[in-house]
Design a protein around this ligand. Sequence first.
Ligand code: SAH
Length: 375
Amino acid sequence: MSLKERITGLIAAQGPIGVAQFMTIALHDPDFGYYSTRDPFGLPKEGTLGGDFITAPEISQMFGEMLGLWVAMAWIEQGRPQHPMLVELGPGRGTLMRDMLRALKAAPDFLKGLEVAMVEASPHLRGLQQDALKDAGPRVTWQSQFDPPAGRPVFVVANEFFDALPIRQYVKTARGWCERMVTAKNGELTFALAPAPAPSALIPEAYAAAPDGGVYETAPAGIALAEDIARQVAKNGGAALLIDYGYGSPDSKGAGFGETLQAVGAHRFADVLAAPGTHDLSAHVDFAALAAAGKRGGAGVHGPITQGHFLTALGIGARAQSLAAKNPGSEASLTAALERLTGPAAMGSLFKALAFLPGMAATAPGFEEMRHETA
Ligand code: SAH
């Protein structure tokens, strides 16, 4: 039995499924789901890349250090509230949290009352995270959903998490916007459109100009989660930092009105439907939708700004220099990592940072100069 057979059987029994349900099964099926069964992250080994893709914290420790610094600054600006929670969504191998906690040693009072919560769906990745954090210091717990205890300031960090949340797609046709579905023909999975159009209220104004065949993508679970995070931050204090690849408006969406669902395996694009469970699925994050959700939740919303601007404003260049000075011979690899994280041709422009703060905060660290950019 393969996951494709399992999905084909489901479609035979209940009819075509939406793209969101397909993504959820492909990523999280307990037996065959991509995240349930593997360690996707590639590290260079003997000149080759292992794994399927590489993320910012796996490129360099500097990424996590900058995020740890960001959390410390937000905490200090709020008057050092006691007993903070630090929550990471989708922590992968645990590298980012490990690097953040190391950098946070510079703020010992933050660490003193700290509790860490890791929101992770995959039992396999939870195991790797436990190993990475076994000497962490603060108490660490694992949860399958974002559910922080009431009344404690909550600092939330998510890197490449929202891109993995399930999306729905609607395609513009002569008869209206129809949901894109996954169906099965002769044992193979294919896309098809729902026969009846979706209610037009589902489609934002900005998409009115889309041509026939244009696609509107939305991530309802991600939007609801962003609103919940903003509400907790606004109510209890704290801050949230969401970093991902994505766009601020359809105009700046690289794909225009196209679709962005993609499958990646072994550092290459793959067919989305051919072999579910064997490669990663993700979609560009709609930062305008997350920012709007943050405002509905009552938080002050900062950004999105590009990852390049954000890390540079926090001083990643100086950090690279000081690491190079301390570690003779490491300068070339640090320069390369810096370029990958901040360079416009690498992750620097495609990746964006968005912050939620309690409404009263005037600025967010790293966002000060860029507050009006809507990249
Ligand atoms: N933040 C890490 C990993 C990014 S990959 C890094 O930057 O390296 C996405 C992560 O989110 C994985 O850990 C995956 O298992 C987790 N994940 C995906 N969907 C999830 C969900 N619905 N609930 C909880 N965790 C999820």
